[in-house]
Design a protein around this ligand. Structure first.
Ligand SMILES: Cc1cc2nc3c(=O)[nH]c(=O)nc-3n(C[C@H](O)[C@H](O)[C@H](O)COP(=O)(O)OP(=O)(O)OC[C@H]3O[C@@H](n4cnc5c(N)ncnc54)[C@H](O)[C@@H]3O)c2cc1C
Length: 86
């Protein structure tokens, strides 16, 4: 993805859940560099889980994070599990 080398501020968002994804979308295109880290490459829409059958994990409950954020050039995405010592 594109970088934003002129921007002085780096924002690191841990988790692309409801909070993280909304924050990233708000910062998209702003004069900041944004790094989004999540252990998965998709956003899980939890309110729809209640409609799932036990054991089923339908794709319609997930949105690929890259597809949502790829239009923003000031964003980097990483798929890794963070822990307390990071
Ligand atoms: C079944 C269910 C139904 C719900 N229905 C509703 C509803 O109808 N209305 C409502 O308002 N709320 C509902 N909620 C609650 C709502 O989903 C949560 O309040 C909301 O998701 C919290 O947002 P968040 O951004 O804090 O965390 P999350 O949305 O949980 O996102 C956390 C993100 O961080 C990532 N992550 C976590 N730990 C790590 C790690 N160590 N390393 C890397 N990545 C990590 C996860 O992969 C995830 O993408 C529901 C929750 C559930 C479980």
């Amino acid at each position: 993805m594109g970088d934003h080398v002129g921007a002085k501020t780096l924002v690191v968002i841990l988790g692309a859940g409801f909070g993280g994804l909304e924050a990233a979308k708000k910062l998209g295109g702003e004069d900041v560099r944004v790094t989004v880290i999540d252990r998965t490459n998709y956003h899980l829409f939890q309110p729809l889980l209640i409609r799932s059958r036990p054991g089923a994990f339908a794709g319609r409950h997930r949105a690929p994070v890259r597809a949502v954020l790829s239009k923003f050039k000031n964003m980097e995405l990483f798929w890794l599990k963070f822990n307390r010592s990071m």
